[in-house]
Design a protein. Sequence first.
Length: 158
Amino acid sequence: MGTSVLQQARVLGVRVIGTASPANFSFVERFGGVPVAYGPGLLDRVLAVAPEGVAVALDTVGSGEAGDVSLTLVKDRLRVVTIANASRAKADGYVFVGASNPASAPFRAQAAPRIVAMAARGDLVVPMAATFPFEDAPAAFALLTSPHPPGKLALTRE
């Protein structure tokens, strides 16, 4: 999700700060983002690269830290969005977008044609981290639930 957002923002000319581990900074930069390490001190690191402030926050992780920092940086809670922490969004009054939220269906439907067009033009790519034969699904799941390289994991029939 984060990679898609980085690419969409780049096409629109929007500057994006992407949180990542230092090992993945080059991945964030590859797709047009300014990398900042997550973890204790995140708020100060974001403010160091964006002293003018942050207009929107998108949480794709769902951690407490992501929610706390997003709410501190962005005063308008309608401009704080998560795809990963529905219960926190509901409790704190910000936006949850995802397939499990039927209210977000019109937003997702409206965005889909633009995203498909970006992919058709080559402005949006889906980087692959690894592919696995279907019978190796347990190994794919183990990699998915551990710190893994950036990109998507896929199961194949062959």
